[in-house]
Design a binder for this molecule. Structure first.
Ligand code: PEP
Length: 254
């Protein structure tokens, strides 16, 4: 039985006070509702230390970054390394979010290097894949996702692959209010698990966690999480309200 994950991607939202209030709100609701799943908060870089301190104090959640640079250190103004994330107690990191693929031209080859770098520091990559609307309409989404998986993950050895989380995020569903149906999502999750099985074997395929992301909220989470191959969610908008986020975590606990 795979333990479910509910991860909140705050993106570039909230000032420091708002971020602190949200982390406190999440911790209080965890105390009250005792959700039984892995909760990950992915705030912007400047709030990682505060979130990590709170995670240490309460033990209710893990901390994830939203991005990492592919180099170890050096003259890369404005960038943040895996070593820096590790030194702040960051346990997870989102890699290859569609917004980074789109606005910062991140391709599968670069993402493969970022994933390797994170694994060197025992940080779990949450690797995002997903098709844009035109690809879904042209029925090429399986090819797109296969390429994203093969080019960024198939160079890993089995020991590294064990420590990867995958998030299927159809781009047409992110921030749009148009959620994939549970059947649409399950079909792709099953496809991804089969790809992992073919390359890395059944044990890894059975244990790897595949999250759904894209307008997942407190109303639709339980139907999505009821699917056999959906192991939780990567949550954007709904992770900015403590009640909604923890309601989703409670639904993942059933
Ligand atoms: C995301 O950005 O990863 C995401 C899933 O966003 P939203 O939940 O707002 O669609």
């Amino acid at each position: 039985m795979r333990r479910k994950i509910v991860a909140g991607n705050w993106k570039m939202n909230l000032d420091f006070q708002e971020a602190q209030d949200l982390v406190e709100g999440i911790a209080n609701l965890c105390e009250e509702k005792q959700p039984d799943c892995d909760i990950i908060i992915c705030p912007p870089f400047p709030y990682l230390e505060m979130t990590s301190d709170m995670a240490d104090d309460t033990q209710y959640f893990y901390v994830g970054a939203q991005n990492v640079n592919d180099n170890d250190s050096g003259a890369y103004t404005g960038e943040v390394s895996a070593k820096m994330l590790d030194s702040l107690g960051t346990q997870f990191c989102i890699v290859g979010h569609s917004e980074r693929r789109k606005y910062y031209n991140e391709d599968n080859a670069l993402l493969a290097v970022k994933i390797k770098k994170l694994l060197e520091y025992q940080i779990v990559p949450i690797y995002c894949v997903g098709e844009v609307l035109e690809e879904r309409e042209a029925n090429t989404h399986f090819d797109v996702i296969k390429k994203q998986i093969e080019e960024a993950l198939f160079n890993l050895d089995v020991a590294d692959m064990e420590n990867v989380v995958i998030a299927y995020e159809p781009v047409w569903a992110i921030g749009t209010g148009k959620t994939a149906t549970p059947q649409q999502a399950e079909e792709v999750h099953k496809f991804i698990r089969t790809l992992i099985c073919e390359k890395f074997g059944e044990d890894i395929a059975n244990q790897i966690r595949i999250l759904y992301g894209g307008s997942c909220n407190a109303k639709n989470a339980s139907d999505l999480f009821a699917q056999e191959n959906i192991d939780g969610g990567l949550i954007g908008g709904a992770s900015l309200k403590a009640e909604d986020f923890i309601s989703i975590a409670v639904q993942a606990s059933k």
